[in-house]
Design a protein around this ligand. Sequence first.
Ligand SMILES: Cc1cc2nc3c(=O)[nH]c(=O)nc-3n(C[C@H](O)[C@H](O)[C@H](O)COP(=O)(O)O)c2cc1C
Length: 186
Amino acid sequence: MRTRKGTQMLRTILARRTHYAFRDTPVPESALNHILTAGMLAPTRFHQRPWHFIILRDEGAKREIAEALRLKPSLAGAPVWIAVVAEEEGPASWDLDVAAAAQSMLIAATALGLGSAWLMPWLGNPDALEMVERLLGLPAGVHLAVILAVGFPAEEMPAHRAEEVYEPSRVHLEQVRHASSKAPAC
Ligand SMILES: Cc1cc2nc3c(=O)[nH]c(=O)nc-3n(C[C@H](O)[C@H](O)[C@H](O)COP(=O)(O)O)c2cc1C
């Protein structure tokens, strides 16, 4: 049964878009706290919470990293970047735990009227990753997992439309083949 809150939540999920240009209006501290809380509320394997969150506001630092990563320069104009990091020796699921936190933070940002972008252009390029980790001053053994750019969008992006994103061909029903006819012991 769909409730009013549920409908609003689904609308927020549809409204989340990647933004590349931001106004220079600061992100209120309370909004940032809500976003970080949403990240820390995301599920983690065995509740191990392997992540840490580095808040970058310094224009020069963001610009330097954006240039090193060849990001669109406008992304450095997002008032806040949240770099999510995790310890190398952490749980095997650290990257999944980080992804869950990142998605929750993006949804929270959208709910607060903020735009955001999920950035990890260093994928497949360990040298680029190492360079950014150095620029961020991460201690040895701490990995950069994802950077989220957050701010008030310079222009509105249209919300996704459920009927456009839903692809029935990606949904597979009744495909499970049982090795035996016996029901598994629970
Ligand atoms: C794992 C992951 C990595 C991503 N890396 C980047 C990136 O490096 N640069 C970028 O502009 N967008 C990146 N994105 C955002 C996607 O490009 C974006 O979500 C996708 O194009 C769909 O657009 P939407 O977010 O507006 O729905 C990434 C998203 C994910 C989930």
